[in-house]
Structures are given as structure tokens and as C-alpha cells.
Design a protein around this ligand. Structure first.
Ligand SMILES: Nc1nc2c(c(=O)[nH]1)N[C@H]1C(S)=C(S)[C@@H](COP(=O)(O)OP(=O)(O)OC[C@H]3O[C@@H](n4cnc5c(=O)[nH]c(N)nc54)[C@H](O)[C@@H]3O)O[C@H]1N2
Ligand SMILES: Nc1nc2c(c(=O)[nH]1)N[C@H]1C(S)=C(S)[C@@H](COP(=O)(O)OP(=O)(O)OC[C@H]3O[C@@H](n4cnc5c(=O)[nH]c(N)nc54)[C@H](O)[C@@H]3O)O[C@H]1N2
Ligand SMILES: [Mo]
Length: 680
């Protein structure tokens, strides 16, 4: 037998997964298969040189045994309970789409469009894969509107209210800072390209402060680590604001010129002495004072706010207070000074023209309450659920309710995904989706300030189809397509790019260049190159809209929900193995809950013991990892785990309440309060 050397081709791509970094990728392809994914240096200096361990094995996701290769339908009579992955039989695309179209049409005719609920979030952050033809389909059907609040809703509300989502300090510019504050963010897992930048800053003498209940890898190297209790960032930030005003560290001239609401903010912060903040946060008052002084005296000082601080009852006000810090202290106007949250707002592109259909006035369903919505009888009841770009059973709060909803045998569920997820196992119809290596994409980073277009590097695996193809076809089958509307990837991309303000021809720029920067440039200095995008160009420290929508008013602290029965706070942060729940099929090891030695000892729990983590919502059976990496009173279990990763199939989300954040209707994952006990 002769072996033929296969030609290897190296093709460019870019990662659209939900991560700030937006890596350029170099993909090696052999015989239509991806064999290696590595870094590509052009276009985004932030990510040059290396990529994360997850995407470095993306070929195992693309060509792995869990990949959905063809459409399938639930066998007649096969119940949903238990989510048996063998309950499906293969059908053709024509059969699958005919069935989906018929059932959507039937739900609409018999119960009204609102009986249909599309459910999607950030599986791909690409512009083409969300809010384009899917929006056209569901808006024209009059379907219930899904509020995408599972992440960034409180942060987004705060950032919009205070600054109109002003672009932040570019991540490579952190190198110029003399103080970096990592607030509720763990770049070592969730955006790894910031780590070498921080190393360089430290080599130049920069100080690092980390505010996190866990001793993250960067907290271990920090000059100061404030291991706050989850949900207590608001008092912490307010105590620093109070200090700045009282000690002369507030920049009165800057505030007078660029901000409104400083007086009200000052009043609301007055109560928060270091001693009071220390009690709320569970850290020493002296440590808080050290931080406040360091912040007051350092410039350039940059705060990297993450998403860990938003996922609780005080999340919106906490983010607002943290973002107010650089305004109060006058930290803007120098390279490496200011704040960074999401830079997604640097791109003022919308998908409206691609959808070609205005948002409908149909009822809104907050995705954090989807379990509740699926189980409630409210009029009309949800009869058809269409899940795409999301794995809600693994990622939404109140997992018990979500599971019970998905187990409804009278609910018609479509799961459109790349692999057999926990959610997909409960579907009536499975539709196989392409990955970004198999379809065209257009994406901006939300950390890196770059926009890129990518072409597929391999043909679709099996019979997988792209979101654009599937939603376009469903529009046609349901008689909802209209001639002349954008339909192809190219037409949709052009429609989106044409929404660029200021008459920029982004399509032409992207044709000529690998990656293009936003209007403010790829490394703007705040208050030199980028200014608040609020209506009057000012910072609104107490925006009226936020004041009205927070339950107690902005910057008012709500106490910790722990109780005697459930004294431990459970946090469920990003892990370096998964992107949310994506790639979970590649993780073979079982999960462990991290618990502090003192908390473990008090419960007779030893290293590696089988434990039960529980509260009134549910319980998770897994191993214990006894470690000082979590503070006392806090336990940690990664987000995004699949049912296969625990002994009883439930994950952290089974313990997370479906209460909502003070702003934006966001998820309160880190308000989960639990007890842990040894099993067996
Ligand atoms: N590898 C990997 N990268 C990812 C993701 C992933 O799943 N895996 N997810 C992506 C997405 S969607 C997002 S939103 C980002 C999220 O990434 P990050 O912004 O880093 O957010 P989290 O991982 O949720 O939490 C960050 C840190 O906040 C801490 N924390 C928890 N509660 C609190 C609190 O109340 N106050 C403070 N100060 N800290 C708290 C946690 O211990 C954790 O170390 O990462 C993105 N990048
Ligand atoms: N306990 C706990 N849970 C959390 C969090 C937490 O802090 N704690 N954080 C949350 C956060 S930050 C977020 S952002 C959410 C995210 O939650 P999800 O949006 O559910 O994100 P993923 O788990 O990555 O699931 C995305 C799915 O979309 C699929 N997909 C990817 N690309 C495409 C495509 O082009 N077409 C189609 N049809 N499908 C595609 C992927 O295969 C994957 O199964 O999870 C949240 N869940
Ligand atoms: Mo997220």
C-alpha cells in the first residue's frame, strides 16, 4: 500500500468565542480536516504569539465523537425525562425543517406567536450568527422576546448609564500603568493575553491590586489582595470614594467639567467608613485604607473591572461605583489610566439592517427566568422553544426549573448546536450547526479593539449548516422571506457594516486589511481620544434611569443573603478548560468544589471526600478540594460544567437562585448560599 502525503494548508481565521481577547488564528487543514489551531500574529498585537489551551484543541470539538452530524428527531414515545441521548433517529434536513416549520406555524396559529420562545446567548460572538436572520424569523412570527441577561446586563446598564459605553483603556496599554486594579476578574482563565502585559507592567514597577474572594493566580502575585465576600464590592468602592472626597483626593475640577451627580454620589458614599466597609466585605479596614491610598496616589492607574462583581444582588450598583472611581479620582487623560470593562461599545454597529425587521412589541421573557417561564401557565403558555448559540441547561440559574421545563413532553423544543449538549438531549428536533471554522463570520473583540471578517477554512462537518442558512430557510418555508432582503453571508455582512456611523466604508477597509480598529483607534486614551457616548458627552454618576430602576436607588447596599442554614457563599467563575459550557464534552475529569481548610475541618471534610453541596434549590454531588485558594466562608465550583462532570448530574447552576440583579435584570449566580456535607 502506498501512502500519499496529504497537502497541509495553513489558513487564517479569528476566534469568535465569548472571550475578550479575539485571537487571530492560524489553522492547519489536511484533507478537509482541521489538524492544528495556533496563533496568527497579524491584526491583533494583544494575542500575537500564543492562544489558549481550549481553542488549541478546537479540532477535537470540530471532529470529535460528540459532534452532531445530521438532523435528528425524538423517537415517537421517547420521554424527555433523563435526557437519553439515544432517543433520537436520523432524518433529512428537509424532513427536520418541514417539521420545525409546521410546529412553529401551528403554535402561532393556535396559541399566538408569543407561545414561541427563541433562546440564544453568546455561543458565538459573531455578528452573523445572532440577531440577523434569526431575528427576522422570530420577529415576524411575533415570538416572545428573549431578554439576553445571563451575562453583562448589570455591567452594561451601569456602563451605559455612566459613560454611554465609552471605550476603555486598551489592554496592551496596561503596560503603561503604575497601578493596575483587577476587580472581579481572573484573566489567567478568562482572557489570558492580559497576563504577559501585566508581567511587563510589574517589571516596570507597576503595583497590582486584586479584589476577589479567591486567591487567583494573579492575586498570589499581587501587592495587595482584598479577598472580599461575594457581593460586597459596592461598600468597598463607596468607602474609597468617600475617602477620596474627604481627603482631598477627589478631582473637583474634572468632576465640575465632565460629570454630573458628584454631590449625590458623595452623599451616598458618606456612610461607608473603612470600618463599615470592612464589616460588609470581611476584610480588614486597614487593608481597604491601604488600597484607597494607593489608588489616590498612583497615576496612571487603571481598573480592569470584570464580570465577577456583577453577578449578585448589588452587581449593577457595584459596577457603577467601581466605574465612578477614575472619574472621582481624576485618573483619565493619560495612557494607561482610567478603566476597562467591555470595549464592545467601541463599535457602534447594529444588526438591524441585516434583520430587516424592527423589534416586535411581543412579550419579553428574561432568560434568567426561563425555567419559571416554561413551567408557568401564563397566557399564552410556551409551546415551542428554539435554542441556539446556547446551552441553557448548563448555563442558566435555577437549573432544577430549567430541567423540569425542558422535560415537559408537551413542549416542542428545537436544539440547534454543534454537539450533543445537556440541553440538546431534551430536544424534539436536533439541528447540527457549523463551527466558526466552517462558516463565514464577522466579529469585533470586546477586550481587543479589532474587527475582523473570516471565511470558512473547511467544509461543513457532516451535514452541519450555519445559522444564516437555517434561519433563512425557515423564513422561506414559513412564507416570511421578502425579496431583496439580505440573505447571504456577504449581503448580511455588508448590511451590518453599513450601519457604521460617520460614513466609514468598513467593508472596503476589511477587504484591504486583516483587522480594523474602531473610530477611536485601537488604543484610545480616555478623555483624550475617547469620550463618554452619553447624549451630552458627560459622565453621569447618578443617571436618572439607573436611579429609577434600582430597587433601593443607585449605590444602596443590599445585605448578604446567607443564613444559618446556608452560611457558605458559592461562586462559579470561568475555568480555563471551558468557554462557558462550550467544549465541555472534551473535559473528562469530574468536578470538585473548592473549600477552605477551616470550613472543611468544621464539617469533618477531608481532601478528596465525596460531598453534597446543597441548598433549598438543589444539590450537587462531587468531590471536595480543600484549599486556601478560596477565602473562608466561600466555596467555588466552575461555571459551565456538564451533567457528566458531577456524580448526580446537577451543577453549580442547580444552586443558583433566579433572583435578579439590582440593574439590568441580570443573573445572581454568586448569591447562591449553600451548605456542604460529607457523603457516605
Ligand atoms: N477560559 C474561559 N474564558 C472566558 C470564559 C470562560 O468560561 N472560560 N467566559 C467568558 C465570559 S462569557 C465572560 S463573561 C468572562 C468572565 O470572566 P471574568 O470577568 O474573569 O468573570 P468570572 O470568571 O465570572 O469571575 C471573575 C472573578 O470574580 C470573582 N468573584 C466572584 N464573585 C465576586 C464578587 O462578588 N466580587 C468580586 N470582586 N469578585 C468576585 C471570582 O472568584 C473570579 O475569580 O470571561 C470570558 N472568558
Ligand atoms: N453558574 C454560573 N453559570 C453561568 C455563569 C456564572 O458565572 N456562573 N456565567 C454565565 C455567562 S458569563 C455566560 S456568558 C453564559 C453563557 O452561556 P451560553 O450562552 O449557554 O454559552 P455556552 O455554554 O458557551 O453555550 C453556547 C452553545 O452555542 C453553541 N454554538 C456555538 N456557535 C454556534 C453557532 O454558530 N450556531 C449554533 N446554532 N450554535 C452555536 C455551542 O456549541 C454551545 O453549546 O453562561 C452563564 N452561566
Ligand atoms: Mo459572559
Amino acid at each position: 500500500m502506498t501512502t500519499r502525503a496529504l497537502a497541509t494548508r495553513t489558513l487564517p481565521s479569528a476566534c469568535p468565542l465569548d472571550c475578550p481577547d479575539h485571537c487571530g488564528l492560524s489553522v492547519e487543514v489536511e484533507d478537509g480536516r482541521v489538524v492544528r489551531v495556533g496563533a496568527r500574529d497579524e491584526g491583533n498585537p494583544l494575542t500575537a504569539g500564543f492562544i489558549c489551551g481550549k481553542v488549541a484543541r478546537f479540532q477535537d470539538h470540530v471532529h470529535g465523537p460528540d459532534r452532531l452530524l445530521h438532523p435528528a428527531v425524538r423517537r415517537p414515545g421517547a420521554r424527555k425525562r433523563g435526557g437519553d441521548p439515544a432517543a433520537f433517529e436520523r432524518v433529512s434536513w428537509d424532513q427536520a425543517l418541514a417539521l420545525v416549520a409546521a410546529r412553529l406555524d401551528e403554535a402561532r396559529t393556535r396559541h399566538g406567536g408569543e407561545s414561541i420562545l427563541p433562546l440564544s446567548y453568546g455561543g458565538s460572538n459573531g455578528y452573523l450568527t445572532q440577531d440577523t436572520l434569526d431575528a427576522r424569523l422570530f420577529r415576524r412570527l411575533g415570538a416572545s422576546r428573549c431578554l439576553r441577561t445571563v451575562c453583562a446586563a448589570p455591567s452594561g446598564a451601569a456602563a451605559t448609564g455612566l459613560y454611554g459605553k465609552m471605550p476603555g483603556v486598551a489592554l496592551p496599554d496596561f503596560e503603561h500603568a503604575s497601578l493596575v486594579v483587577l476587580w472581579g476578574v481572573n484573566p489567567s482563565a478568562s482572557g489570558i493575553h492580559l497576563v504577559p502585559v501585566l508581567d511587563r507592567a510589574r517589571e516596570r514597577g507597576a503595583k497590582l491590586v486584586v479584589i476577589d474572594p479567591r486567591r487567583t493566580p494573579l492575586a498570589r502575585r499581587a501587592h495587595l489582595h482584598l479577598a472580599v465576600r461575594p457581593g460586597s464590592d459596592l461598600p468597598l468602592a463607596l468607602s474609597v470614594i468617600r475617602f477620596l472626597f474627604e481627603s482631598g483626593g477627589a478631582d473637583a475640577r474634572f468632576l465640575a467639567r465632565h460629570a454630573t451627580g458628584a454631590g449625590t454620589l458623595r452623599k451616598r458614599a458618606e456612610f461607608w467608613t473603612f470600618a463599615r466597609a470592612a464589616r460588609a466585605c470581611g476584610v480588614a479596614a486597614g487593608e481597604i485604607e491601604r488600597f484607597a491610598q494607593l489608588y489616590a496616589e498612583s497615576s496612571p492607574a487603571v481598573v480592569r473591572a470584570g464580570w465577577g462583581l456583577e453577578r449578585n444582588r448589588n452587581g449593577g450598583s457595584a459596577v457603577a461605583a467601581v466605574l465612578a472611581l477614575p472619574a472621582v479620582a481624576g485618573k483619565f487623560g493619560v495612557r494607561g489610566g482610567g478603566y476597562t470593562l467591555s470595549n464592545g461599545g467601541a463599535w457602534r454597529l447594529t444588526t438591524d439592517r441585516a434583520a430587516a425587521e424592527p423589534e416586535s412589541g411581543a412579550r419579553a421573557v428574561n432568560m434568567n427566568r426561563v425555567g419559571e417561564a416554561l413551567l408557568s401557565a401564563r397566557d399564552p403558555r410556551i409551546e415551542a422553544l428554539f435554542v441556539y448559540n446556547m446551552n441553557p441547561l448548563a448555563t442558566l440559574p435555577a437549573q432544577g426549573k430549567v430541567r423540569a421545563g425542558l422535560e415537559r413532553d408537551d413542549l416542542f423544543t428545537v436544539a440547534f448546536d454543534q454537539v450533543m449538549t445537556d440541553t440538546a438531549r431534551h430536544a424534539d428536533v436536533l439541528l447540527p450547526a457549523t463551527t466558526f471554522l466552517e462558516h463565514a463570520e464577522l466579529r469585533r473583540g470586546y477586550g481587543a479593539m479589532t474587527l475582523r471578517r473570516t471565511a470558512p477554512v473547511i467544509p461543513p462537518v457532516g451535514e452541519a449548516r450555519s445559522n444564516v442558512a437555517v434561519f433563512g430557510e425557515l423564513c422561506r418555508r414559513l412564507g416570511l422571506a421578502r425579496p431583496g432582503e439580505p440573505e447571504t453571508d456577504e449581503e448580511i455582512a455588508r448590511a451590518i457594516l453599513s450601519t457604521a456611523p460617520g460614513g466609514r466604508d468598513l467593508a472596503a477597509e476589511l477587504a484591504a486589511s486583516d483587522a480594523v480598529p474602531p473610530d477611536c483607534g485601537a488604543s484610545p486614551v480616555q478623555f483624550a481620544d475617547s469620550f463618554p457616548l452619553t447624549a451630552d458627552g458627560k459622565i453621569h454618576l447618578v443617571p436618572e434611569a439607573l436611579e429609577r430602576s434600582s430597587p433601593l436607588g443607585l449605590y444602596r447596599f443590599q445585605d448578604d443573603p446567607s443564613c444559618e442554614k446556608f452560611p457558605l457563599a458559592l461562586v462559579s467563575p470561568a475555568s480555563s478548560r471551558l468557554v462557558n459550557s462550550s467544549l465541555g464534552e472534551l473535559v473528562k475529569e469530574k468536578a470538585a468544589v473548592e473549600i477552605h481548610p477551616a470550613d472543611a475541618a468544621a464539617r469533618g471534610i477531608g481532601q478528596g471526600d465525596s460531598v453534597r453541596v446543597f441548598n433549598d434549590l438543589g444539590e450537587v454531588h462531587c468531590r471536595a478540594r480543600v484549599t486556601e485558594l478560596v477565602r473562608e466562608g466561600v466555596v467555588a465550583l466552575s461555571k459551565g460544567l456538564w451533567s457528566r462532570h458531577t456524580d448526580n448530574g446537577a451543577t453549580a447552576n442547580a444552586l443558583c437562585p433566579d433572583t435578579l440583579t439590582d440593574l439590568g435584570g441580570g443573573a445572581c449566580f454568586n448569591d447562591a448560599r449553600v451548605e456542604v456535607a460529607r457523603r457516605g
